[in-house]
Design a protein around this ligand. Structure first.
Ligand code: ATP
Length: 275
């Protein structure tokens, strides 16, 4: 069926839990967030039987918001991994670029695939670009259709307690989200820039497997005020390149010295002749 065709196309963005490769232990700091995510995500995905349909309803939507590079994607992957859930990663650019004009089918296929592969987490990075604010008359037809289709399927989940699917989304621009969408995220978690203490923990985590000596982590955390986790990672990668660069320079110099010596030896007899 056509839906199956779409499911095939979505597959590259589907990661089984066993292949996610990111765990909570890889994430420095963010202890409170890790804890609350565990509670919010684990139960609906692992023990849907505990939700009997009364007051206690399974959480179907969590929004992670905050500046770029603060670990939102990492958190989403780690929680899927911990929960043994399939990770279905979707963004507006994939919806529009590959399936232009058939975006609704793609959304339908996404949810039917999630149901087949449940427990599953549907992750939407940069959710504001896919489910952004209705720009009144200005809104293009396609984004509106994508959004409506998405909400229809999502609402379907809200009305069931036994479906082991959860929508997790991340954004740097929470205020650009459609209000109807924000309402559907029952939990909104801010992932802010790390404090000095958190930066210290993140740096330690990033360098845990490296051979490093004499690093004053406290000092490093103090002077990296305003850095995100991603900035700290880049800093560590750049630092790791330094000895490599120095080694390459030394090798280059050695090569040059060798060449210069060879030229000097060659020129020697000529000089002798003149004398
Ligand atoms: P964006 O909003 O730009 O998508 P994000 O909040 O989703 O960013 P991630 O993609 O999760 O951020 O983080 C980028 C990279 O930064 C990660 O792959 C990781 O290497 C590093 N990083 C960020 N936060 C942490 C952290 N708390 N501990 C360890 N590494 C981190």
């Amino acid at each position: 069926t056509p839906d199956n065709e779409f499911e095939k196309l979505i597959r590259p963005t589907v990661i089984p839990a066993s292949k996610i490769g990111v765990t909570f232990d890889d994430i420095g700091a963010l202890a409170d967030i890790k804890e609350s995510l565990q509670e919010l995500v684990m139960l609906p995905l692992k023990r849907p039987d505990l939700f009997t349909g009364g007051l206690l309803k399974p959480c179907r939507g969590i929004l992670l918001f905050g500046p770029p590079g603060t670990g939102k994607t990492m958190l989403a992957k780690a929680i899927a991994n911990e929960a043994g859930a399939t990770f279905l990663n979707i963004s507006m650019s994939t919806v529009l670029s590959k399936w232009y004009g058939e975006a609704e089918k793609m959304i339908r296929a996404l949810f039917s695939l999630a149901a087949k592969l449940a427990p599953a987490i549907v992750f939407i990075d940069e959710v504001d670009s896919m489910l952004g604010r209705r720009d009144q008359a200005n809104e293009n037809e396609l984004p509106r259709r994508v959004k409506n289709e998405f909400m229809t399927h999502w609402d379907g989940l809200l009305s069931k307690t036994n479906e082991r699917i959860l929508v997790l989304a991340a954004t740097n621009r929470p205020f650009d989200l459609d209000e109807a969408i924000v309402r559907r995220f029952e939990h909104r978690v801010m992932v802010g820039l790390p404090t000095s203490e958190s930066r210290e923990l993140i740096l330690k985590k990033l360098l845990a497997k490296e051979k490093v000596e004499g690093i004053d982590f406290k000092e490093l955390a103090t002077i990296t005020e305003g850095y995100s986790g991603s900035d700290l990672k880049n800093l560590c990668v750049t630092a790791a390149y330094r000895p490599v660069r120095e080694l390459l320079q030394k090798e280059k110099q050695k090569e040059k010295d060798k060449k210069d010596n060879a030229v000097a030896v060659k020129e020697e007899p000529v000089t002798n002749d003149i004398s």
